[in-house]
Design a protein around this ligand. Structure first.
Ligand SMILES: CC(=O)N[C@H]1[C@@H](OP(=O)(O)OP(=O)(O)OC[C@H]2O[C@@H](n3ccc(=O)[nH]c3=O)[C@H](O)[C@@H]2O)O[C@H](CO)[C@@H](O)[C@@H]1O
Ligand SMILES: C=C(OP(=O)(O)O)C(=O)O
Length: 455
């Protein structure tokens, strides 16, 4: 077992997810109502932002997922007092922040990419930061060069060692003109979390503008930061000397919502996703509708369902926001195995994000992955060297199989595939799914899935 899986499982155990295997008897439509809470891709960063304040912060709608537990542990080893007054609420008190030993940090950091975002806040608070090798889903190389170049531009000295990196800022951190080679989510957050308390103004060009980043900016503004988001992916940050704590309700998890939507469609079911909102899902909803899925938007959530008519093939390209999010394609691919015709999914964000299709093929799906990408007349995103394409020919009937979860979104797609398949599937390594899907076992039960769990 590799450390990523071990970490996910250990942290999973702390969030009430101890199963390692699920045995699913497929063929039952998912039906019912589930709720999504705050987004993994905001909550974890909001927790890091609390380090920048000089008073405590209160974060609401925090999901019980293992990535939250990882970040909580990392904050605690740095002296942040973390308490949970109510379910889904975290109070984060950074008034006694202290350095931690590398071994302690390393012990907790394995299954998440968030440690890299501790750089700026720790440099501001302590003058140094140790960052261990990063976890996160293995979906490509996932380098951190944009992060380190931006930190260097703001005055950090970066020493790369055997176990990770050590950063200092002997002359303090200052504003800089930074242009990202690609609108990276993490690197944009890195610049925001560092520049807010750096001396002077930072201009960030080619920034990512995902809804979770806008929510992080809202949090930083509550803390006292001055940040303006300009047209054409430009963000200006005027550094301030100090920041206070915040009170904030996290934006909902649009990736979880889109996953349950695809599960409803693929299983010919009907799922109301409480907490889902239209605004952040518009691009997904357009594709969902083109495939033939139906949805009703209500004030408290969105109902996603299969209308009983045949599904249609689509051509989709993953992209940065406002494009079709890379984390949405894996569950959708399962629904596309049911569509009548040839669908193409171009993955333009990561270079290796179709590993999950191997299990679907084993279950009877007709999918060909083109590792060098595929030219297409309907391309909107200019070709990137990273691109891969999956061609999905449907409709196919899936049958049960024994499969192993490779990563978070791939794992969720395996669950859906097994739910649609004829017969029994055993899915192992499901602990990793708890990195980003709160109480997914309980939710499957609520939606009427036929399964049992084993540790
Ligand atoms: C915790 C979190 O929020 N994870 C999300 C975040 O990941 P993450 O922040 O890691 O993703 P990025 O946007 O940074 O990565 C996008 C692309 O840029 C490349 N890159 C990135 C940084 C760098 O220094 N050098 C470099 O080359 C990556 O390898 C990748 O090909 O955004 C991704 C894209 O929306 C989502 O799939 C992840 O769910
Ligand atoms: C790739 C993902 O997450 P992370 O960046 O945390 O690995 C994801 O959420 O699908």
């Amino acid at each position: 077992m590799n450390s990523l899986v071990e970490d996910a499982q250990k942290a999973g155990a702390r969030v009430g997810m101890t199963a390692d295997k699920i045995v699913i008897n497929g063929g039952k439509p998912l039906q019912g109502r589930i709720r999504v809470r705050g987004a993994k891709n905001l909550v974890t960063k909001a927790m890091v932002a609390s380090l920048l304040g000089d008073t405590e912060s209160l974060l609401r709608d925090v999901p019980a997922i293992s990535d939250v537990q990882v970040v909580r542990n990392l904050l605690e080893v740095h002296g942040v007092l973390v308490s949970e007054p109510e379910s889904g609420e975290l109070v984060l008190d950074p008034r006694n922040v202290k350095s931690a030993h590398f071994a302690e940090i390393d012990a907790f950091a394995g299954s998440s990419r968030i440690p890299i975002l501790f750089c700026g806040p720790l440099l501001h608070q302590l003058g140094e930061a140790f960052i261990p090798d990063l976890g996160g889903c293995r979906i490509g190389d996932r380098p951190i060069d944009f992060h380190l170049d931006a930190l260097r531009a703001m005055g950090a000295i970066v020493d790369k060692g055997y176990e990770g990196i050590h950063l200092t800022a002997p002359d303090g951190l200052h504003g800089a003109n930074i242009e990202l080679p690609y609108p990276s989510v993490g690197a944009t957050e890195q610049v925001l979390l560092t520049a807010v308390r750096a001396k002077g103004v930072t201009e960030l060009k080619n920034a990512a503008i995902e809804p979770e980043i806008m929510d992080l900016i809202a949090i930083l503004q509550k803390m006292g930061a001055i940040i303006s988001v300009e047209p054409n992916r430009v963000i200006f940050i005027e550094g301030v000397e100090s920041l206070r704590g915040y009170t904030h309700t996290a934006i909902f998890d649009r990736n979880e919502a889109a996953s349950w939507a695809s599960a409803a469609l693929a299983t010919e079911g009907d799922v109301f996703v409480e907490g889902a909102k239209q605004q952040e899902l518009m691009t997904f909803l357009n594709i969902f509708r083109k495939v033939g899925g139906a949805f009703d938007i209500e004030d408290d959530g969105i109902r996603f369902y299969h209308p009983g008519t045949p599904l249609k093939p689509v051509v989709v390209e993953t992209d940065v926001h406002p494009g079709f999010m890379t984390d949405w394609q894996q569950p959708l691919v399962v629904a596309l195995t049911k569509a009548e015709g040839v669908s193409i999914v171009h993955e333009t964000v990561y270079e290796n994000r179709f590993g999950f299709t191997e299990a679907l093929i084993e279950m009877g799906a007709d999918i060909t992955v083109h590792k060098q990408g595929l030219e297409s007349v309907t391309r909107r995103v200019p070709r990137r060297p990273l691109e891969q394409a999956a061609v999905i020919t449907g409709p196919t009937k899936l049958h049960g199989a024994d499969v192993h979860v490779p990563d978070l979104r791939g794992g969720f797609s395996h669950l859906i595939a097994a739910l649609t398949a004829e017969g029994r599937s055993t899915i192992s390594n499901v602990g990793i799914i708890s990195r980003g899907y709160e109480h997914f076992i309980d939710k499957l039960k609520t939606l009427g899935a036929d399964f049992s769990v084993a540790s």
